[in-house]
Ligand binder design. Structure first.
Ligand SMILES: [Zn+2]
Length: 82
């Protein structure tokens, strides 16, 4: 009977009124997480993804010299085995 109890809260980022279920609001507050609307959350997630992508791209570019990498991994391998 009945779904989660919906309450009105203000987005802590832009101040928009949003309907959230009381349980997830309580959980967010307990974990000191921001209560935010879908737009702000999506914007933040997109920004996080950009940062992650940049981070991984950076790491990847550092290791694109595979011949050097192979020398490091198999220093004593006789030539011509591949
Ligand atoms: Zn917002």
């Amino acid at each position: 009977m009945g779904g989660p109890e919906m309450i009105k809260v203000a987005c802590e980022n832009c101040g928009a009124n949003i309907d959230l279920d009381a349980l997830s609001v309580a959980t967010k507050k307990k974990l000191n997480k921001r209560v935010e609307c879908a737009i702000c959350r999506n914007a933040r997630v997109a920004k996080d993804m950009d940062m992650l992508t940049q981070m991984f791209t950076g790491i990847y570019e550092e290791e694109t010299d595979f011949s050097e990498l192979r020398k490091k991994l198999k220093p004593s391998e006789p030539a011509g085995i591949f």
